[in-house]
Design a protein around this ligand. Structure first.
Ligand code: 13P
Length: 251
């Protein structure tokens, strides 16, 4: 049995004080839940403040990106060891917004994922098709291209430490959720791809999250699909009550 993982990607939201308030509200709402891994991913500058609140709780800290070098002349970037140093355990890599607005490529995703693993962070590697790609019947081609590029040169021992997030771009922030069946179809493809490349034992261990307009109202039906092992939640993770309900839907 794969333990479900519910992660809140706060994106570029919340000032430090607001981030602290949000997580202070969340802590008691999810207290005692250990059958689901719970992660919050604030902006970089709020990581230490949020860590102070959650360090002795069942909530883990995640970041929204990292660079692949440990240090050096890379103005504006943050490395995996710097994240680990402030209490980060998980890092989102290759989110569609980074691919869209910051020209992230599969090659970058590959390097960043390797850097995260080398540092002992758990990467949450995002894949997903755009609307026009789905409408052109190219969903599976796009996902397999992102997996091939993102995990090129990976060993079994590396990939089994990763979490994968399937986030159809057309469902992000739009209120349009993939139906549980649409999501399951792609999750099952991803698991099949993992089995083919790395073996069935590895594919059965890896957790695949769904992301895209996950809310309390649809979380249970998505999370009850056989290959959906969690959720990467955007908008709804900015409300403690809603996020806690989504966490409980994973029980
Ligand atoms: P929404 O839940 O706001 O659609 O965002 C999903 C997402 O991109 C999480 O990474």
């Amino acid at each position: 049995m794969r333990k479900k993982i519910i992660a809140g990607n706060w994106k570029m939201n919340k000032l430090r004080g607001e981030a602290v308030e949000l997580v202070k509200e969340l802590v008691p709402l999810v207290e005692g839940i250990d059958a689901v891994d719970i992660v919050v991913c604030p902006v970089y500058v709020s990581l230490p403040a949020v860590y102070e609140i959650i360090k002795d709780t069942n909530i883990e800290l995640g970041a929204q990106d990292c660079f692949w070098e440990d240090s050096g002349a890379y103005t504006g970037e943050i490395s995996a060891p710097m994240l680990k140093d402030v209490g980060v355990k998980y890092v989102v890599i290759g989110h569609s917004e980074r691919r869209q607005y910051f020209c992230e490529t599969d090659e970058w995703v590959n390097k960043k994922t390797k850097a995260a693993l080398k540092t002992g962070l758990t990467p949450i590697v995002c894949v997903g098709e755009r609307l026009e790609e789905r409408e052109a019947g190219k969903t599976i081609d796009v996902i397999s291209g992102q997996l091939e590029g993102g995990f090129s040169g990976f060993e079994k021992a590396e990939i089994e430490k990763c979490v994968i997030a399937y986030e159809p771009v057309w469902a992000i922030g739009t209120g349009k959720t993939a139906t549980p069946e649409q999501a399951q179809e792609v999750h099952s493809f991803i698991r099949g791809w993992l089995a083919e490349k790395f073996g069935k034992d590895v594919s059965e261990k890896i957790r695949i999250q769904y992301g895209g307009s996950v809310k309390p109202a649809n979380a249970k039906s998505l999370l009850s699909q056989p290959d959906i092992d969690g959720a990467l939640v955007g908008g709804a993770s900015l409300k403690a009550q809603d996020f806690a309900e989504i966490v409980k839907a994973g029980l």
